[in-house]
Structure formats: structure tokens, C-alpha cells
Design a protein around this ligand. Sequence first.
Ligand code: THU
Length: 134
Amino acid sequence: MAVTDAELFAAAEAVRAKAYAPYSRFSVGAAILADDGKIYVGCNIENAAYPVGNCAEPSAIAAMIAGGAKRIKRIYVTGPGSSPVTPCGGCRQRIREFADQDVVVISHGIDGAPLVQTIAQLLPYSFGPEYLPK
Ligand code: THU
């Protein structure tokens, strides 16, 4: 059975509840639907040495790769507030590595409406693996 956006949202919210964000108090959850049909999740993990904290999206990507999947088919990101919590610039590039241009990224500040964009819209004219010699 196909995974629905409601399921991805629920998975992102469930992992967001586990976020370690004592400094920003801005909890983020990410849920990836991968090419194996499974959902992989991640949350942000901050650090007392602020710059070495992890965003939610790379945490979910790490879970996907460790789980044996290869590609992102859809990704849902949730956070607090009414504005869509869009992936930061670095996270867009990290998603792009594992996603075709038309992969949908749903950004959702849970008090507002979700924003639905493709990775190409979020990161136009992007650099990727195909630019490098084999
Ligand atoms: N954050 C994410 O986890 N993903 C994003 O794409 C935006 C920002 C986290 C990083 C930090 O822990 C907190 O949100 C505030 O910036």
C-alpha cells in the first residue's frame, strides 16, 4: 500500500518529539519515503559546541543509508510555528544528493499550512554527483 503524506507527517512529528534541541528549543522532524518503500526518520541534535549540531534532514538521510535504501522519493519536514520549516541551504544540498529533481519536499510549520515544492524549486541550478567524472 502506498505511503500517504499523512503517514509521513505523523512519522516526522513522532521523531520531532525526540529532538535534542535544548539551545534553540526549535525541534525539527524529518521523514523520508525511500526507494525501498520504507519511512526513515531523523530529528535535530544540537550540541553545546553550537556549530557541530545536526539538522533533522541529515539525520533522516543517515538512517536511510544505514537502513540499506539508496534514494529519497519524498521527504516531509516538520517544525514549530505557522511558517513552513523549509530545509536550510546545507540540507537542500544533502537532500539533492539522494533525490531526483522532481522529488517533492513538504515543509510544515505545524500551526500553518504545508508548503509543497520540488527539490529543484528549493535548490535551482544545483550541483550534483553527475557533474563529477566517473
Ligand atoms: N534545523 C533543522 O533541523 N533543519 C532545518 O532545515 C532547519 C534548522 C534545526 C537546526 C537547529 O537545531 C534548529 O533547527 C534551529 O536552527
